[in-house]
Design a protein around this ligand. Sequence first.
Ligand SMILES: [Fe+2]
Length: 342
Amino acid sequence: MRYLPLEEINEEMFLAHAIFSNDGKILLNKGTRLTPSYVRRLRDMHYSYLYVYERKDEKWDCTGPISDNIRSEAMGVLWNSLISVIERRALNTQQITFVLEGILRDVLQRQDGLFDIIDIKTPDNYIYNHSINVCILSILMGRQLKLERDQLKELAIGAFLHDLGKVYLKSSLKKLEELSTQDIAQIKQHTKKGFDILRTTPGFTIKIANIAYQHHEREDGSGYPLGLIGEDIPLYSKIVALADSYDAMVSKRIYRESLWNDQVLIELEKETPRKYDPEVVSALRQSVAVYPIGSIVQLSDGQSAVVVEVSSSKTVLQYLEVSAGFSEVRADLETKIEKRLA
Ligand SMILES: [Fe+2]
């Protein structure tokens, strides 16, 4: 199993995860042989990296903390929610709550589960995968912070819909490299717009609406829209703010390259406690894999290997030298990961 740029993929390889349309339909199934025409199509869809199997019978899982079924349903529900907002119809809270139950169940099922994949986003499906990732990360962090199940559900709904107000943004604004003061002011309004939709949605609590309102607030008051300071920012909003920053930083955007998980954790820690709550940052650190599945690492025995499975208790590696086989790296074993190579 490898995480490779499209240029290095050949027709001897197989897709290691499904590819979805923005409304959640499966376009390519896991296990599909990557023929040149499929690779061309994926390039047209602006994919730049994919998880691939070098043999069809590889068992490694690159779907992340939720199943492909739940991901597909969640994308469909978000798609419908965005259309409802555009058409000024009420959100289908029953449908949203149902799919969030599914995400919560999948994420909490694995006791030692982490956010363990390098996400494969494209500019076109960014909001869908970003919303799902922020939701998963928020649940994992909420669990670390010992929230009750009902609280986790409230947090998950707010995290999933945190950027709902972006539906009003002109698409040109999402692609600009340099933004004018006016553009920035318009982007900032997505918090208030999302809040207004959610607070008037029957069945959603004010805490859910507040997540949309406050996820750009920062501890030192430098955030927006109100410039709240630490003690005035509710915990849910602090969690989603950090999950949002983290996922944005590990993602490739038009205006900058993505950072690796270990680099992002260092960057975020530099901004703590100025911008982020130290307890929430520590929950994030315990919720994400520093070396997610697909990372190439150098081991203390001098060999290089690819991470194929990871949890808070162990990391499973496959040596790049095929004959060397597999190794399980646990904290108590002698072989240790020295550094990330790619
Ligand atoms: Fe936002």
